[in-house]
Design a protein around this ligand. Structure first.
Ligand code: IPE
Ligand code: IPE
Ligand code: MG
Length: 217
């Protein structure tokens, strides 16, 4: 069985660069290349939806040079990507700087009719704020069904999350997809994100196929 929806916390970019005596910025550059390798393989395998954590609301506290290096890669991807993915952004995009926000709008428009895998990129996203926001919307309309609530979450419309992978050795979710991860299979890899490639995706798929999902039954 192939997952319909798989998510990645793309962690370990800074350490990857530092271990090579490079600036952390180099880690984000190679991180984008790893994202392309991983998503291309998942697209070949016909995975419907891939969601990745690119920048958390807490990452705003990082030094400005580092944030600039991360956003440089985001904008580069948005402006140059020409493949078959349908790219959607999740998170507080409006409060980003104009160049970044415009590039997000542009790639979403350009890939809207693509038929390949959907790539959700979580940027300036935090799951707790997303849940609080959805609860507020539900309260405002006075409808508090599970369905109404779920339709107000940032990932509304995506298939149920089947698997969540974190690279970089840390075993925590760091405020990513807390609601959606309820019954996701969890994978924690020591490998640093820029080292990820097609073979790692194949290994994950093999391990996923061996997991017995019970959903409480
Ligand atoms: C994760 O990589 C990506 C972002 C936070 C944007 P890190 O920058 O956290 O890399 P490490 O964990 O410090 O190696
Ligand atoms: C999570 O990684 C955020 C992204 C990968 C974008 P962090 O590096 O920010 O998480 P912590 O600080 O180790 O929990
Ligand atoms: Mg990190």
């Amino acid at each position: 069985m192939i997952p319909r929806h798989i998510a990645f916390v793309m962690d370990g970019n800074g350490r990857w660069a530092q271990a090579r005596g490079l600036e952390r910025a180099e880690g984000y550059k190679h991180g984008l290349e790893a994202l392309m390798r991983v998503v291309n393989r998942l697209e070949q395998l016909k995975v419907e939806t891939v969601s990745v954590f690119a920048f958390s609301t807490e990452n705003v506290a990082r030094p400005s040079e580092e944030k600039a290096a991360i956003f440089e890669q985001v904008i580069k991807f948005n402006k140059t990507y020409r493949g078959t993915l349908r790219v959607l952004y999740v998170g507080d995009i409006d409060s980003l700087d104009e160049d970044a926000a415009e590039s997000v709008e542009e790639i979403e428009r350009r890939t809207a009719t693509n038929r390949g895998t959907t790539l959700n990129i979580a940027l300036n996203y935090g799951a707790r704020a997303d849940i609080a926001h959805a609860a507020k919307l539900a309260a405002d309309v006075g409808i508090f069904t599970d369905e109404e609530f779920e339709n107000s979450l940032a990932f509304a419309g995506a298939p149920p999350l089947d698997a969540l992978v974190r690279t970089g050795g840390e075993k925590r979710l760091s405020n990513f997809m807390l609601y959606e991860a309820a019954y996701a299979e969890l994978f924690f890899l020591d490998k640093l994100w820029p080292d990820m490639g097609a073979d790692d995706v194949d290994d994950l798929m093999k391990e996923y196929a061996l997991r017995v999902r019970k959903f409480g039954k």
